[in-house]
Design a protein around this ligand. Structure first.
Ligand code: SAM
Length: 209
């Protein structure tokens, strides 16, 4: 029961179990996020958006990488917005971070606003993945990049590995090929994927031409 309540709150954290989930995600995704961010060469002044920012830990990491730049975070959960604001209080107060309630399907930003968009462990939940990838592309400048990070990589040797969580949350684990194809269909270029041996991690970096 506890496990189910916690897991269900990965989709849209709310209430008591949502708070616990946010704490658990901030801790549990940190190492994987660092691994994926190492594939990005940051430049001073970068403007970055973190989609599905959860408890705001990725926003905090990004603030440490952009120098004089600015980091935005969006999430459709009120609780996540509240927790992300708290986790990034100093940077929000000085204008280096900006956290807003929004859906990935309708980003409240002008065209070509960002050098980089990151999305850690959130893609599975998006309502219209192809259009959501296109919506993100709209907000990237030419040459800007999207970094997608996953911990639910399909395992050919164990097809049932993610079955329970897939059924519980009505989501699907991903494969390198599927993600590459979706990014291609959404019009991204220079798509690169990376996995880490001994883990189920996948990250994809794709560019807007
Ligand atoms: C598993 S959590 C990951 C949170 C954070 N990225 C991390 O790594 O800790 C998924 C997050 O995506 C958010 N999310 C899911 N669907 C979304 C959507 N359509 N628009 C915006 N945020 C969404 C959820 O509210 C949740 O905070």
């Amino acid at each position: 029961m506890k496990y189910h309540k916690l897991t269900e709150n990965a989709v849209k954290p709310e209430g008591f179990w949502g708070r616990l989930m946010i704490r658990s995600m901030n801790k549990g995704h940190s190492d994987m996020t660092d691994w994926a961010l190492d594939y990005i060469k940051f430049e001073n002044g970068y403007r970055v958006l973190d989609v599905g920012c959860g408890g705001g830990k990725t926003v905090a990491k990004l603030c440490g990488k952009v120098g004089s730049g600015k980091v935005y975070g969006i999430d459709y959960s009120d609780l996540c917005v509240q927790k992300s604001l708290k986790a990034n209080k100093k940077n929000v107060l000085c204008g280096k971070a900006d956290i807003r309630k929004a859906s990935v399907s309708e980003l409240p930003f002008e065209n070509e606003s960002f050098d980089l968009v990151t999305a850690v462990e959130t893609y599975y939940f998006w309502p219209d993945k192809l259009n959501d990838l296109i919506e993100i592309k709209r907000t990237l400048r030419r040459g800007g990049r999207l970094l997608l990070v996953f911990e639910m990589l399909k395992d050919d040797n164990d097809p049932d590995r993610w079955k329970k969580v897939e059924e519980r949350l009505n989501i699907k684990a991903v494969s390198r090929e599927e993600i590459t194809e979706m990014l291609q269909r959404a019009g991204y270029q220079n798509i690169r994927t990376h996995t880490k041996s001994g883990t189920s991690r996948l990250c994809a970096v794709a560019e807007k031409e």
